[in-house]
Design a binder for this molecule. Structure first.
Ligand SMILES: [Cu+2]
Ligand SMILES: [Zn+2]
Length: 195
């Protein structure tokens, strides 16, 4: 009889221990989960800026541009309508001023590194605003996506910061050769990159 009592005592002790241990592990796991969540919020540095493009030079070209910066990369999505069918140039110009009827109030291509105009990534040089060309379909709709780590949204580096500049869409195509702006023709749509 005594043996049985001792045995049950041991059994209870063992089960008791297991139960406590399990609880402790659960608590540790909970703490870890909370810490991970906090860390994720701290490194979430995503910045977004979205704005409309307005018609210029008596065109009917309007659209929308979105820039999203995340983990050192800036992704751009531009959606245009009212274009003539074919290829059109799109650039970042130096000032967020779309006030003039021809869009020339935005100045020339944004070129903070003082390089020649060219195709993005060319070893001969290119402007930080030289996004390139995109196609519009027979209905006049066109869109372009672009991603680079050579831009930022509102950082302290003047060679990367696109805030305060403008997006310009041209009637013609960028030939990536003609200086200083690729002979892309009139400016048909404009939007300032401002918050
Ligand atoms: Cu341009
Ligand atoms: Zn250029």
């Amino acid at each position: 009889m005594l043996k049985l009592v001792v045995l049950s005592f041991f059994t209870i002790t063992i089960f008791g221990c297991k139960g406590e241990k399990k609880e402790a592990t659960d608590q540790e796991n909970n703490t870890e989960t909370v810490e991970t969540t906090t860390k994720k919020e701290e490194v979430d540095d995503t910045k977004t800026i979205a704005f409309a493009l307005e018609p210029k030079s008596d065109s009917k070209v309007s659209g929308k541009v979105t820039f999203i910066e995340s983990e050192g990369m800036v992704n751009m999505v531009a959606e245009l309508n009212g274009l003539s069918e074919g290829e059109h140039a799109i650039h970042i110009h130096e000032k967020a001023d779309c006030s003039s009827a021809d869009g020339k109030s935005t100045g020339g291509h944004w070129n903070p590194t003082m390089e020649a105009h060219g195709k993005w990534g060319a070893k001969e040089g290119y402007h930080k605003g030289d996004i390139g060309n995109f196609k519009a379909d027979a209905d006049g709709n066109g869109n372009i996506t672009f991603a680079t780590n050579e831009w930022c949204i509102g950082c302290d580096d003047d060679k990367k910061n696109i805030l305060g500049k403008a997006i310009i869409v041209h009637q013609g195509t960028d030939d990536f050769t003609s200086q200083p702006s690729g002979a892309a023709g009139s400016r048909v749509s404009c939007g300032g990159i401002i918050q």
